[in-house]
Design a protein around this ligand. Structure first.
Ligand code: PA5
Length: 451
């Protein structure tokens, strides 16, 4: 069968502490059906994306230009960076940037999503501005980090006497923001971020598509995966809708005090999907609202983990710590590379059992062992299975989790699309950096920090 598979069976094991059973799930059949229909009716921007050609076509139009560079540098943060990183790591070799151009064929990709000067400088050290395209991604065009890094890159481009039009691309809101203004004034190429799609739901817009295309990823197949997943997640029948069922499972555990959702990838290539998920789940669902004058705070804390590495760091806690975690494993069935462990030291039983077996067999055996141990210790866990890392499967994953997050938002009765808690910090940064118009806020902040 094509595509990713969901395995929820361990959630329903009878011994699982606070376990769920099918009858309990069935009680939500109508509610979930209504939620799914409501989401379809509301038609949030990301939902119809896989059926929209305009964004993908505009990106494809730029293919030759973008691929003619030696390096493409993404400057963005949060929803404007995490999907890019997840796509690159999942779909290109892990050593992609160090491969020679003859093998790689397409530009090196750098994603600068922080303003740590050591990090920024070490990335910029690796590029030649004369053969680099900087893709500045910011929906608002106001985010201090993205704008600061744009100015740094612009300074370098200007110091080489290069034409900004030939080295910058702005991916931004089509109507508003300073990037749009500069682009219009200077004739810099732009890609539109659909105004009705928020940052963390934008991986399948030009935000994620451009760097994917630049590095040779088949973005049409990414869309095909999302399109096929659309059929599944818009099914109002709970048992046939993996995104809705997954949201409900997380909701029911959350109601029982499971405040933490761990996503543990047993594949380095799938690991950054967990990073992408972490933002989606945290920023969409961590909210406060008022009920009859009382403030209610909700949200489930997402944690990312890597198997087997974190078996030696986290799994003790998952097995014996508080009953507050639901764990999602990401399993990869077929790895791109195969390493067979040599048969050496056959006289030592501590080593001989490994000889002749592949590393991927060992990795997946360790996943099975961790699943078994968690289930044995009554810990809820489920699994998303990727037959391969290909654009189709990754497109399915993104789309399914975007829909799941909105279903969870509806169950929690919050708005999953906004992020008011992040906005205050952004404004205080402006005030502390003496941005015009933020004087009053700066005074207030200074008063608070002095007192
Ligand atoms: O999901 C979101 O909306 C945020 O994480 C944004 O992506 C992030 O704050 C960056 O914003 P912008 O693209 O406007 O620079």
């Amino acid at each position: 069968m094509k595509g990713i598979k969901f395995d929820f069976s361990n959630v329903f094991q009878p011994n699982i502490e606070n376990g769920l059973n099918e009858d309990e799930i069935n009680q939500y059949k109508d509610i979930i059906g209504e939620i799914v229909n409501k989401i379809i009716e509301e038609n949030p921007g990301f939902l119809s994306l896989p059926f929209t050609r305009v964004y993908i076509d505009r990106v494809l139009d730029l293919k030759n230009w973008v691929q003619s560079f030696e390096s493409v540098v993404v400057l963005g943060i949060g929803g404007s960076a995490l999907g890019n990183q997840a796509l690159q790591v999942a779909l290109n070799p892990l050593n992609y940037n160090v491969l020679p151009r003859e093998i790689r064929k397409t530009p090196k990709i750098f994603i600068i999503d922080n303003i740590d000067p050591d990090f920024v400088a070490s990335n910029l050290d690796q590029i030649d501005p004369r053969t680099t395209l900087f893709n500045v991604i910011s929906k608002s065009g106001t985010t201090a980090e993205a704008m600061a890094n744009y100015l740094v890159a612009r300074g370098i481009v200007e110091s080489y006497g290069l034409d900004p039009k030939s080295h910058f691309l702005f991916t931004t809101d089509p109507q508003r923001g300073v990037l749009k203004k500069i682009a219009e004034e200077e004739g810099i190429r732009t890609l539109d971020i659909p105004p009705h799609i928020g940052g963390r739901f934008s991986v399948l817009t030009p935000v994620g598509l451009l760097s994917a295309l630049a590095s040779g990823i088949d973005i049409i197949d990414l869309y095909n995966g999302a399109k096929d997943m659309h059929k599944k997640v818009t099914n109002p029948n709970l048992w046939e809708n993996p995104a809705a069922l997954n949201a409900l499972i997380h909701y029911l555990y959350y109601q029982r005090g499971y405040n933490i959702s761990v996503m543990m990838a047993y594949s380095n290539k799938l690991f950054l999907l967990a990073d992408w998920y972490r933002q989606l789940w945290a920023e969409s669902l961590g909210k406060k609202y008022n009920v009859n004058g009382e403030v209610v705070n909700v949200g489930q804390t997402p944690i990312k983990a890597l198997g087997t590495t974190d078996q030696h760091s986290q799994v003790q806690l998952y097995n014996e710590g508080p009953y507050d975690k639901i764990i999602t494993f990401l399993q990869l069935e077929n790895f791109q590379r195969n390493i067979v462990i040599p048969k050496i030291h056959d006289n030592f039983s501590e080593l001989s059992y490994l000889g002749g077996k592949s590393l991927s067999t060992l990795l997946n055996a360790e996943l099975a062992a961790t699943e078994y141990a968690l289930t044995h210790n009554n810990r809820p866990n489920l699994k998303v299975i990727f037959p391969q890392t290909n654009p189709y499967n990754i497109g399915q994953f993104f789309f399914s989790y975007e829909f799941q997050t909105v279903v969870m938002g509806k169950l929690l009765e919050i708005n999953p699309y906004d992020q008011p808690g992040v906005e205050l910090g952004k404004k205080v940064t402006f005030a502390l950096m003496n941005r015009l118009g933020y004087e009053e806020l700066r005074d207030n902040v200074e008063k608070q920090t002095k007192s």
